[in-house]
Unconditional design. Structure first.
Length: 188
């Protein structure tokens, strides 16, 4: 899927409007479906990440998304923007005072591609640094890292170890019981 610059701007507008509406009404705002392009009506998964710059340092302020497509892209972005601002358990609810200071990044996911590494080492060889997002799924937990996380880790090994930690899965957990999926993102 390719998104035009207009579609990207419109998705950012949808995200901002949903957060602004949430500040007033404590619920998300969905755009009118008849205003959407065909791309924005496709069923897609997305993440909305909020950042805030404090004393010259850009810090994460919220990130919520969907790994599986549940809704049309425009609605998914509206909901995830709202939940990033008000429901990320790592942060307090966004305030009206903070709202003008936030920056929004939207990541639209490609469909998940199941990969079948037999060992931890093979997984490290399959991964494409700075390209792949990775989704870990097992009975004990799930977690994902968007491709953006490659910017803050030093190696594929660190990327995967941090993902284990995020999923709350021990390294001694049987590797063959874990399902692995990779994906790409269009992010802006």
């Amino acid at each position: 899927m390719e998104l035009t610059e207009e579609e990207k701007k419109f998705l950012k507008k949808i995200a901002l409007q949903s957060i602004a509406y949430g500040l007033e009404k404590d619920r998300y705002l969905l755009p009118q479906k008849d205003l959407l392009s065909e791309n924005l009506k496709q069923k897609r998964a997305s993440f909305v990440t909020l950042y805030k710059t404090i004393l010259g340092n850009t810090k994460l302020r919220g990130c919520i998304g969907s790994i599986h497509p549940k809704d049309i892209l425009a609605y998914d972005v509206a909901k995830n923007a709202f939940y990033s601002a008000f429901s990320d358990p790592r942060f307090p609810r966004l305030t009206k005072e903070e709202f003008p200071e936030i920056e929004i990044k939207i990541s639209v996911l490609t469909p998940l591609e199941k990969i079948n590494p037999k060992t931890f080492e093979e997984l490290l060889q399959i991964l494409r640094p700075k390209i792949d997002g990775l989704y870990l799924k097992c009975p004990e937990g799930t977690a994902t890292f968007l491709p953006d996380v490659w910017d803050i880790v030093k190696s594929p090994k660190e990327f995967v170890l941090e993902l284990y930690d995020k999923a709350n899965v021990n390294l001694q957990y049987p590797f063959e019981k874990i399902e692995w999926f990779r994906y790409l993102t269009i992010h802006f």
